[in-house]
Design a binder for this molecule. Structure first.
Ligand code: SF4
Length: 345
C-alpha cells in the first residue's frame, strides 16, 4: 500500500513537472522576448558574451552594450586579437569590470587551447574564467542545444514558488536537482529562455502576475505570494570616497592605469590627488567638483580637481600613466562617471 502511494505520488509529480516544462516552452514561443539581440542570431560566441554581460545586470541595460561590443568584436576571431584595454573600453559604463577582464582571460584560453572555437564540453566551459555552473548550463542549452540546468535567482524563485517550497531552507544541491528535473529536454533552448523570461517578467520578486502566468493552474503558490516589503538594511550601500586630480592640456588628458584590486582594476583614471602633491603647483587649477555616482552595492563620492597644463609634462610615479588625446579617449577603458566628466570638459 505504501509502495503504491509512493508510486502514485511520483506519477503526479512527474505530470506536474511535465506540465511546467511544456507550458514554459509554449509560453516562450508565443510571448518570449525573441527580439533580444543575442536571440536573433545565436552563436556560442554571442551567447557567451551575453551571458557574461547579464550576470548582475538587467536585460534592458545590457542591450546597448551588447550591440556595441558585437559591433566592435563581431566574432571570436575578431575578439582574439583585442587587447585588455580595448575590451575594457567596449565594456566602459556597464560596470562590474571583473567580467570584462574575465572575457579577456577566457578569449586568450580559447585562442590557445581551442583554436578560437568556443568549446562545447561542460568541463571545458566551466573552467573558463568568470563562468560558473549556471552560466555553463545556459551556454550549453542555448548555444549547443545540450540540455543542462541553470540556477540563478529568477529560476530559484520560479521553481520553488511553483512547488511551494521554502527557498531559504533548501540546499543548493536540492535546487539543482529540481532545476534539472524540470528541464524540457525536447526544446531546451525555448525552455531555458522561457524560464529566464518568466522569472524576469511574470514571477517577479515582489509582485508576481499570477493571473497571466502560464503555469498558474498547477502552481502551488499561485495568488498566495504576498508583496514583499523591501528590506531597508539590504539597500544600505557602502560609501567610497576618492580625491582625484585630472590634468589636461588643450588636446590631451593625463590618466593612470589603476592596478589596485578594486572595482576599477585595470581601468584608466585621473591620478589620486595625493600622488600628484609635488606636481600640482606647476598646473593651473581650473575647477573642482563633487561627483556622486550610484553602483549596485556602492555609493561613490568623488572629489575631482581639474588642472590645466601648458605641456604634456613627465612625472615620477610607480604607476603606469599616459597622456591620452581627448579625441581618442573612447579607445581606453574608463569608468562611466569619469567618462561623463571628461566629455563635459
Ligand atoms: S502562478 Fe504566480 S507564483 Fe506561481 S509561478 Fe506563476 S507568477 Fe509565480
Amino acid at each position: 500500500m505504501v509502495a503504491r502511494n509512493q508510486s502514485q505520488k511520483k506519477t503526479s509529480l512527474n505530470k506536474q513537472y511535465q506540465f511546467f516544462s511544456q507550458q514554459v516552452v509554449q509560453w516562450y514561443l508565443n510571448h518570449g522576448r525573441h527580439d533580444l539581440p543575442w536571440r536573433k542570431k545565436v552563436t556560442p560566441y554571442r551567447i557567451w558574451v551575453s551571458e557574461i554581460m547579464l550576470q548582475q545586470t538587467q536585460v534592458k541595460t545590457v542591450i546597448p552594450y551588447f550591440k556595441n561590443f558585437i559591433k566592435k568584436f563581431p566574432s571570436q576571431k575578431k575578439l582574439s586579437v583585442a587587447t585588455e584595454d580595448q575590451i575594457l573600453a567596449a565594456w566602459s559604463g556597464l560596470g562590474f569590470y571583473r567580467r570584462a577582464r574575465n572575457i579577456y582571460a577566457s578569449k586568450e584560453i580559447i585562442k590557445k587551447e581551442y583554436g578560437n572555437k568556443f568549446p562545447k564540453e561542460f568541463h571545458q566551459i566551466i573552467n573558463l574564467p568568470g563562468i560558473g555552473k549556471s552560466t555553463t548550463g545556459a551556454i550549453l542549452s542555448l548555444a549547443f542545444l545540450d540540455p543542462h540546468p541553470i540556477l540563478d535567482g529568477n529560476v530559484k524563485r520560479v521553481i520553488t514558488r511553483f512547488l511551494h517550497k521554502d527557498l531559504n531552507s533548501m540546499k543548493e544541491a536540492e535546487l539543482w536537482k529540481l532545476s534539472s528535473d524540470l528541464i524540457n529536454r525536447d526544446d531546451c533552448f525555448s525552455y531555458t529562455q522561457g524560464i529566464m523570461d518568466l522569472g524576469a517578467t511574470i514571477c517577479t520578486p515582489s509582485k508576481p502576475s499570477c493571473s497571466i502566468c502560464p503555469v498558474s493552474s498547477q502552481c502551488l503558490s499561485a495568488f498566495k505570494v504576498r508583496s514583499l516589503k523591501k528590506n531597508k538594511s539590504a539597500s544600505k550601500k557602502k560609501v567610497i570616497s576618492m580625491n582625484l586630480s585630472l590634468i589636461q592640456t588643450k588636446k590631451s588628458l593625463l590618466l593612470a592605469k589603476n592596478e589596485d584590486e578594486s572595482i576599477w582594476k585595470n581601468l584608466w583614471l585621473p591620478f589620486e590627488s595625493v600622488s600628484l602633491e609635488n606636481y600640482v603647483q606647476d598646473f593651473q587649477l581650473i575647477a573642482t567638483q563633487n561627483i556622486k555616482h550610484e553602483l549596485t552595492h556602492r555609493r561613490l563620492n568623488i572629489n575631482l580637481s581639474t588642472y590645466m597644463s601648458s605641456k604634456e609634462s613627465k612625472i615620477q610615479t610607480n604607476q603606469q600613466y599616459k597622456w591620452i588625446k581627448k579625441d581618442r579617449i573612447d579607445e581606453y577603458g574608463l569608468p562611466k562617471p569619469i567618462t561623463k566628466v571628461i566629455k563635459e570638459l
